[in-house]
Design a protein around this ligand. Sequence first.
Ligand code: B1M
Length: 212
Amino acid sequence: MSSDSFKPIYQGIIDGDAATVKEEVQAAVDANYPAEDILKKGLVPAMKEVGDLFEKGEYYVPEMLISARAMQGGLQILKPLLASAEVEPAGTVVLGTVQGDLHDIGKNLVGMMLEGAGFSLIDLGTDVSPDKFVEAVRDNKTDIIAMSALLTTTMPAMKTTIDALTEAGLRSKVLVMIGGAPVTAEYADNIGADGFAEDASRAASLAQTLLV
Ligand code: B1M
């Protein structure tokens, strides 16, 4: 299936045209395109282009935000389809974007793929403090903590959270996985995380692997 089929979705996100994105995503679903293709060939590359335009100084924060909202509208349509993938039920994941960081599109995608992979999900949202992660682990039978960061300035909060888990005596009880555009496998090793995934589908496979 060619990515040209998703051109109107792609363009709708670039233009920040939420109505068109919703309409075109729904049309693609109705035409039986797989949800994962619509996501990977339409929505995700468009958001990448938005980032490139921002880097070039052609887009500013408001344009980025409008494009992000348009993308979220499309994601809402895909969410139940992505989550209905047939995979064995697994464990419980506490997910959040780390303290100081408000980016949630990638984190939401990770959540959808985890749910799709049969995990029970506790999504703490964005700007999640180390204490809040610790509290969630204490209050719920948690198998994995999944942290997302999109800013180089907020990545250190991943380490602070791991340290807070250790201080609370909980580190040995949960696995920690991390991801987000600036995060690397090397960084994961350095801060003592159990795993790193570069995208949402790999995050779901990683969660499954960690629990084997
Ligand atoms: Co922001 N922003 N932003 N932004 N923004 C980036 C991240 C940036 C790279 C843009 C740029 O300069 N090119 C840059 C960061 C630079 C850096 O630190 N290296 C940046 C900046 C600087 C900022 C502000 C500081 C701008 C300002 O105010 N001056 C500000 C910070 C606000 C804050 O968080 N405190 C800011 C604000 C915003 C908006 C609010 C306008 C909006 C966010 C809206 C929202 O999320 N609800 C926004 C957006 C949209 C972006 C870009 C354009 C797109 C991010 C995105 O959603 N991508 C982004 C540029 C870019 O990425 N090219 C940018 C699509 C998404 C599907 O990808 O999130 O990478 P991503 O997730 C991927 C993988 O990373 C991975 O899976 C996902 C896909 O499969 N993944 C995981 C993510 N989390 C994971 C966790 C895992 C595993 C995998 O395991 C747990």
